[in-house]
Design a protein around this ligand. Structure first.
Ligand code: PLP
Length: 489
């Protein structure tokens, strides 16, 4: 493709994307395809000679889009929002066009330096303690952009593991890391995201998955009891993960109590806070009460790609002591060293992968083009719409709300046996009119309703509510025996 054709194609692609987004509401939100549907539609072998973009785009329309779940559909309420905005798409395009790989400062200085400024900007927007921010004099804090919240938790757990083993080696000088590793224990709640457990699997450490209170929050007393029990058996607590906005119900753990427990009785336990979705709300001052306990926080992550209009991937992570991270992750071959490596940040030592994309551009474009106020309004609009949905549910005697509505997520169910809610969800999703997922809270089957659309309105929410009620009243619960029949479908 030559330059002239590229220019033309980019404007055609922009046209395609904006048409897609403005008409996506006319599509089924959830596809009606069977597993393996695509294989039979595509050739067995790759083409030997070149094909035209027209023929590829025809296949996108006819073969790919029918198999997509449309995350930008106004009736998509599953998972959490997938951030999407034109400023972010433009930044992604620019990043791809610049075609640089910024693993070290020397590999592309502006990539590293913009990243540091962006984690500082966002940290200030959220009112984070200065000790976590990169430019605070006399502090060892800093931040980095990762590809996902899962990576943030993993690298923090690995850093905590290295730090704990270094300390243990002083107590047991004749033992090596492999002897000492079985002593380490990580703690998180049953409501923590599965990525925390995955990190413990990868780090090969013992873990305690602890119960929550009636608001699904992880509390200090539960943590303290578990730690004390383990300490009596000679084990060493080394890592705790708290959450702002759990995946199932958006509960917020009591960070003050957890953090206090991490440092009580001479403990020096790494306290990580996962705010993948809910943490983004900290840009609004009315949510800063969630910072209570941050004086204890060792590391914290949020995903602007969930709730700040930034496209996947963009996960921001702050750490109180960047050296702990660097100690755990640095390998320094000659071919990656450069003249300034003792004066600058080399983010390759803060992440699992070496190669790194220019993610900071997305944050920079989005923050500048919406402004802090624009992003605050966006977060507030989702919270307000979730409250509207909660009110609608509460007004209907068939349904009940489960848990608290704090951010843009509402958990609800049909009163009575689980099978009623299960049948309802199945009907909604197979209709293709709206899309939601389920979770279990207090061992009850619950539907999660997340406000996701970037320009969600009251009309969108009432429309989705009408879809839910239609399936509840007209399909799921007609006279006797119908629910059982429905479940057999
Ligand atoms: N933490 C929480 C609280 C989440 O809700 C999620 C995903 O929804 C994750 C972590 C994992 O996020 P990622 O896909 O960025 O790894």
């Amino acid at each position: 493709m030559d330059d002239e054709t590229f220019r033309l194609r980019v404007s055609e692609m922009a046209e395609f994307i904006s048409n897609y987004l403005s008409t996506v509401k006319e599509r089924r939100v959830f596809p009606d395809v069977e597993p393996g549907y695509l294989k039979s539609l595509l050739p067995v072998q790759a083409p030997t000679t070149s094909e035209t973009l027209e023929s590829i785009m025809k296949d996108v329309e006819n073969k790919i889009l029918p198999g997509m779940t449309h995350w930008q559909h106004p009736s998509f309420h599953a998972y959490f929002p997938a951030g999407n905005s034109y400023p972010s798409i433009l930044a992604s395009l620019l990043s791809d066009g610049l075609g640089c790989v910024g693993f070290s400062w020397a590999a592309s200085p502006a990539m590293t330096e913009l990243e540091t400024v962006m984690v500082d900007w966002l940290g200030r927007m959220m009112g984070l303690p200065n000790e976590l921010l990169p430019y605070t004099k006399g502090c060892t804090g800093g931040g980095v952009l990762q590809g996902s919240a899962s990576e943030c938790t993993l690298v923090c757990m690995l850093a905590a593991r290295t730090k704990a083993l270094q300390k243990l080696r002083k107590v047991y000088p004749h033992k090596d890391d492999y002897d000492l590793l079985p002593k380490l224990v990580a703690y998180f709640s049953e409501e923590a995201h599965s990525s925390v457990e995955k990190a413990a699997n990868i780090a090969f450490v013992k873990r305690r998955k602890l119960p929550t209170d009636k608001h699904y929050a992880f509390r200090g007393k539960t943590l303290r009891k578990a730690m004390e029990q383990d300490e009596k058996s000679g084990l060493v607590p080394f890592f705790v993960c708290g959450t702002i906005g759990t995946t199932s119900s958006c509960a917020c753990d009591n960070l003050d109590e957890l953090g206090e427990t991490c440092s009580a009785n001479g403990r020096d336990v790494w306290f990580h806070v996962d705010g993948a979705y809910g943490g983004n709300a900290l840009i609004c001052p009315e949510f800063r009460y969630l910072l209570r306990g941050f004086q204890y926080v060792t590391s914290f992550n949020v995903n602007p790609n969930k709730w700040l209009q930034v496209n996947f991937d963009c996960s921001v992570m702050w750490v109180r002591d960047k050296n702990a991270l660097i100690d755990a992750l640095t390998v320094n071959p000659a071919y990656l060293q450069h003249d300034n490596d003792d004066r600058v940040i080399d983010y390759r030592n803060w992440t699992i992968s070496l190669s790194r994309r220019f993610r900071a551009l997305k944050l920079w474009f989005v923050i500048r083009m919406y402004g802090v106020e624009g992003l605050q309004q966006f977060v507030r609009s989702h919270v307000r719409l979730a409250q509207l949905f909660e009110t609608l549910v509460r007004q209907d005697p068939l349904f009940e709300i489960v848990g608290d509505v704090v951010f843009g997520l509402v958990c609800f169910r049909v009163k009575g046996q689980d099978k009623l809610t299960e049948a309802l969800l199945k009907r909604i999703n197979t209709s293709g009119e709206a899309h939601m997922i389920s979770t279990r809270l207090d061992d009850k089957f619950v539907i999660r309703f997340a406000v996701c659309h970037p320009q969600a309105t009251e009309d969108h929410i009432t429309q989705s509510w009408n879809i839910i009620r239609h399936h509840a009243y007209h399909t799921s619960f007609p006279k006797d025996g119908a629910v059982e029949k429905l479940l057999q479908n």
